[in-house]
Each structure stands twice: as C-alpha cells, then as structure tokens.
Design a protein around this ligand. Structure first.
Ligand SMILES: Cc1ncc(COP(=O)(O)O)c(C=O)c1O
Length: 494
C-alpha cells in the first residue's frame, strides 16, 4: 500500500484542531506578582489601567493589538541589517518595493520623482496630524465622514477645526443581524450628506477594519459603493488601513465571489478604489512602531489638491525627518519591509483570525455578552448587556470597574472603550454625553499568546460575570472634562 493513498484516506489535518503555523524561537518568562500586589498598584495609579506597569501582568495583556506584535526571526535578522544613513538608506528602497507589491505600484513614486506621494511617519496618528493639518488650512466648515473614526483620528481632525462624522452601519447595533460586514459605512446617510455638503468634504474615510465599530470588517461591495458615490461628487476617498489584511480575510471568507481569490489579490482590489491611505504599521505591518501616508499618484486627491504633497513634505521634514526615513530608524524600516511580506501569507492570517474567533466564541459559550460576529483583532464585550440586570448606571462606568477588577484579581488587562473613553462631560449641565457604543475591548496582540493563555482570560471574565453585582462603580476623581480623558483620568471605586 502506498503511503500517499493511506494518508489521503485519513481525515484532513484541517478538520480538527491544527497546530500553529509557527513555533516559538525564543521565550520570555513573566515576573510573579500576587493579586494583592496588583490591587495595591491599581490603587496607586488611580485605577487607570494604562498606568499599570506591564511587568506586573501575569495573565494576558490585551490592552491593545497595536505595536504589541511578537516579531519573527526574519524581522529580527532584518533589524541587524538596518542601515542608519541619513539619506536614502538601504531599507527605504526595500520598503518602497514592498509597499508597491502589497498595495499597488501607484502608491510609491521613485524617490527622485518631483511628486512625493509616500510619507513615512513614526506612527499612525502622526500621519493623521500631517494630513488633517494641511486640509484644515483649506477653509472653515469642513467635515470628514467615516464608517467610524478611531479616537486619535477623530481628535486629529477636530484639533484642526474640521468636524469628524461617524456614519456607522445601522447593523452594528442590531443584535439580530447576521451580517458579516457590520463595519460598513451607512450608504444612505453618506449619500444624503454628500448631496448637500459635498463642497465641504475634502476627503471621505473608510476605516479597515472598523476599530471603533467593534473591529468589524467592511465589504468589498461597500468599498466599491462608497468609492463610486465619492467620485460622483468629486470627493477623494481614503482608507485608514491599519488592519487591511484582516479585512481582506473576511472578504475572502464571507463575500460572494472571493473564496477562490488570494489575500494578496483581494488587497490589491481594495486599494484600487481609493485615492490614498493612512496606516499605522503597528497593526498589520507586524512591527512595534511605524506609520505611513500614501497618495495614489494619479488619484483624485493629488489632482484636486496639487499643492498638498509639497505641504506634506515640508511638514514631514520639520516634524519627523527626511522623506527617505521619515520618523523611523533604518533598522525599524527593515523590520517593516520584512513584516509586510509575512502578514499577507494565507497561513498567518488564517491562524491569526481564527485565534481571535476562537477566543470570542469561548466567551460567547460561557454566556458572556460579546459583540457578534466576532471582529478581526479583538473581542468586544457589550457593557450594557453585561450589567443589564444590575444597579450599574451609565455614569457609574461599569467598564472601568470591570477592567480594574479583572486586572487586580486575575492579572488580565483589557480596555474600556465605551461611555468613559468616548463620552464627554458637559460642564454646563453637569451631565455625560454618551456615545453610541459601550464596550470593553480585549485586543489580541499578533503572534504573542497561545490558546491556553486566552482560555484563561475567558475563564476569569466568566467568574466576574457570575459575580457582576460585586463589580465596583467608578467615581472619576480627575480628568472627567478633559479631551482623550481615558488616557489620563483617575478613579476611585465606590
Ligand atoms: C483604526 C486606527 N487608526 C489609527 C490608529 C492610530 O495609530 P497609532 O497608534 O500608530 O498612532 C489606530 C491605533 O490603534 C487605529 O486602530
């Protein structure tokens, strides 16, 4: 009997729990801290989990998937080959070729071309500030709509006196909806807005995946439709492309016609519909630091605003560095070029998303109310449903108490992204202006944790869910009225 025949008759390895597509090359042991020590430290930092020393985290640190990637062997090797020349370092040319291969030829001109259309920044928010500060100078009354602006994007737009508008899909809040693309832009509201205000819209944005909107993906159909409508009103369209590969995976899995297309081909199609994009490479760039702003060299944006690329170059030189390194060291550029090669591999992205889905489904099976379908980079716990049968009120910020107790008792760190993070305190009437969504986010760092780690987080959340009556209410003792208050505030537990 031939071995190949025997093998073919056995169940396929993908039909049961398969091994990870990578193995550990190096490991780091955690420090040991007790729950009592963590609780004491939380009191010292005013129960703001951002200020909690990461060294004391004995469970999973799910505060963010941004910049928390474990780099691969190839990336560490590339780091050592970093060229720290001031002008036109070796990594810059590798990155240029990799950006063109990943997103399309038109997003990175030769460095000697008159039109600079690729801008390297140290992270996503620096790109946002560059873009919105030059757009803000176009005049008053501008609006930038999106399917959901991320908090720093929102803040950077408004800091430049432009109104940031979120047009979340109505399906996002519809628990009965089975849509796989709850991150979509609300097309009806987008059309209405453009009909009356298109002259005030310098650019429209689609965030892939929609981080503020539960990490939900955007369909190719929605991208195409938004692009068509924008074009018809002469409004350029940009992606906030931080999680472009994760978004492409959902299109491949769930959108009719894409099952047999490769992730790489889907990405190319997605980017064919936009005139530019901002990106934090700390997500799907698989690096710990890095960002970029890219303009399509024959897109509507550069045609409509021919002076803006030069204004961006001036901004970059003054605030970050020469265009050939921007805000990054030569070695960081090398790790980014290597990271972008890995992230589009089918086995990487399939494992990555399945890990997040598995974690979300385990939470769901335990009865914990999480947003479904589960998104690509994080599991979002619905705080309102979590506390629905308790005395917790909106102004008690249940998500803050939950994250504090989870960290103190079990050593897992998550992040409140809800009534406190996105809400605002109205000083005039002493009331909170509540946002549409109220989540605690468990963001999964890339290539960092194993199933056993995440199972332990789910178990810890379940224990707290069963004892939800005991979760303390939060009293804000500092920073309630400040912008971006969740990064700075201090609390007491009632
Ligand atoms: C959708 C989105 N846009 C922009 C940013 C900002 O990127 P950075 O943290 O690199 O400044 C983030 C960061 O988490 C994000 O998730």
């Amino acid at each position: 009997m031939k071995l190949t025949k025997l093998v073919a008759a056995l169940p396929d390895e993908k039909s049961f729990s398969s091994a990870r597509p990578y193995f550990n090359h190096a490991v780091e042991f955690k420090s040991i801290f007790s729950a009592a020590e963590r609780a004491k430290m939380l009191e010292q930092v005013g129960f703001n989990v951002f200020f909690f020393p990461s060294e004391m985290i004995t469970g999973c640190d799910l505060l963010s998937d941004s910049g928390t990637t474990t780099m691969t062997n190839e990336q560490w090797a590339a780091l050592h080959l970093g060229d720290e020349a001031y002008g036109s370092n070796k990594g810059y040319f590798l990155l240029k070729e990799q950006i063109k291969a990943t997103f399309g030829e038109k997003f990175f001109n030769e460095h000697t071309a008159n039109l600079q259309n690729a801008f390297i920044f140290h992270q996503g928010r620096a790109c946002e500030n560059a873009l919105f500060s030059v757009l803000g100078k176009l005049g008053p009354g501008l609006i930038i709509p999106s399917n959901g602006h991320f908090d720093t994007t929102h803040a950077n737009i408004e800091a430049n006196k432009i109104a940031a508008l979120n047009l979340f899909s109505h399906e996002l809040k519809d628990e009965d909806s089975n849509s796989h693309f709850k991150g979509n832009m609300d097309i009806v509201r987008f059309k209405e807005l453009l009909k009356t205000r298109h002259k005030n819209i310098p650019v429209a944005f689609l965030t892939l995946t929609n981080n503020t909107g539960g990490g939900q993906p955007v369909s190719m159909e929605n991208i195409k439709e938004v692009s068509k409508i924008s074009k018809s009103y002469d409004v350029p369209l940009f992606f906030d492309a931080c999680r472009f590969v994760e978004n492409a995976w959902f299109i491949q899995q769930y959108e009719p016609g894409y099952k047999s297309k490769s992730i790489k081909a889907i990405i190319r199609e997605m980017f064919s519909y936009v005139d530019g994009f901002t990106i934090s490479f700390k997500k799907d760039g698989l690096v710990n630091m890095g960002g970029g702003l890219f303009l399509k060299n024959d897109g509507l944006f550069v045609k409509k605003y021919p002076k803006i690329p030069d204004a961006l170059t001036n901004y970059q030189i003054v605030k970050e560095g020469h265009p050939s390194y921007g805000g990054l060291s030569g070695r960081s550029i090398m790790t980014l070029a290597a990271g972008l090669k890995i992230v589009t591999r089918e086995e990487y992205i399939t494992h990555r998303i399945n890990q997040v889905l598995d974690f979300g489904n385990i939470m769901k099976k335990k009865g914990i109310p999480v947003l479904t379908p589960i998104g690509g980079h994080a599991v979002y716990l619905d705080v309102n449903r979590f506390f629905s049968d308790t005395l917790m009120k909106a102004e008690d910020f249940g998500g803050i108490g939950l994250t504090a107790l989870l960290l103190a008792a079990y050593g897992h760190r998550a992040c409140e992204l809800g009534y406190f993070a996105f809400g605002q305190y109205d000083k005039l009437n002493g009331k909170e202006i509540l946002p549409e969504v109220n989540f605690v986010r468990f963001a999964i760092p890339r290539l960092r944790y194993e199933k056993q780690d995440l199972d332990s987080t789910a178990e810890a959340v379940k224990i707290l869910y069963e004892q939800r009556e005991k979760i303390p209410k939060a009293k804000v003792v500092y920073g309630r009225e400040l912008p971006l208050r969740h990064f700075k505030a201090r609390f007491e537990m009632k």
